[in-house]
Design a protein around this ligand. Sequence first.
Ligand code: 3HC
Length: 307
Amino acid sequence: MVFSHGIRTLGVLGAGQMGLGIAYVAAVKAKVPVLLYDRSEVQLKKGMAFMDKLLTKDVSKGKLSEVDAKDAKDRVTVIATERGIKGFGEVDMVVEAASENVDIKTSLFRTLAAELRQDVILATNTSSISITKIAAAAIPDGIAPTSAEGKASASRVVGLHFFNPVPVMKLVELIPSLQTSQNTLDKARAFALACEKEVTVSQDVPGFVSNALLMPFINEAIMCLEKGTATRDDIDKTLRLGMNHPMGPLQLADFIGLDTCLAIQQTLFQGTGDSKYRPSVLLERMVDAQWLGKKNGKGFYEYDTTS
Ligand code: 3HC
């Protein structure tokens, strides 16, 4: 079946909370067959179990019929870890949702460019890293970035930034790099719309619009706690009840992942040199301690990781 966005099969790289959410909206909302890959088999199993849980909940709430839930589940195929990125085969688009680390992402895009057809759209769900740098990594070795082949290779890379939890949050940020073609942008936008998301466009600056605004806010809340301006609960309550935020900033930091918040803040600070983005020492120490937030049970709050 051919969809208006032209994506007959989607590859999702990374089965963590973001990748899984993207696979979910692609299968349930856009109704696109999905190939899901993660280098960790444990993560893949965990991701698919979470997908089952979401679909079961949707059925029990009457949001999906049992048939639609089964069809959605059948649309998602897990690629065996040993097959690697080669397992994406004939996909028309890949959305990468690996860890927020520039070396990991550039290395993955180098491999994607080497393994997949020239016309496959390569989208990254990075929260803050330069799309332009990732696009440059998608040019095969030995090809000049300014040659026709080099330009074509980089032109299919685009930022497609989803928000957590992906099935719930209505936004996708679309970020063109210096090299992105109009065709790539159009297809990526059409795909996001098919996932029933609203789209905003941001230039390729560190953190784009969303995290350039959100991360200093979260960091300032952590500094309030560090300085003893208020307790954890009062900081969060102030924002929840005073500003109607669904979560306070400390709870939100736990929800995003403290390692991810730190990685984004480091990218913002390094990319701009602006001291307003310097990560708080408390955040750094919590990540040193491997207190990563909701995902591993301990952040500013404690969480049950058994359910
Ligand atoms: N996955 C899928 N669905 C989820 C979910 C998850 N992880 N967590 C909650 N939900 C669903 C629930 O099932 C429920 O669905 P329903 O309406 O069908 O019943 C709905 O969300 C509401 O959940 P709850 O009633 O359990 O709880 P809340 O009303 O407290 O909502 C929340 C939970 C939606 C997470 C809400 O607290 C919220 O919006 N928090 C802010 C989230 C936010 O700001 N996200 C953006 C983070 S920044 C980011 O992602 C960018 C990155 O680059 C850092």
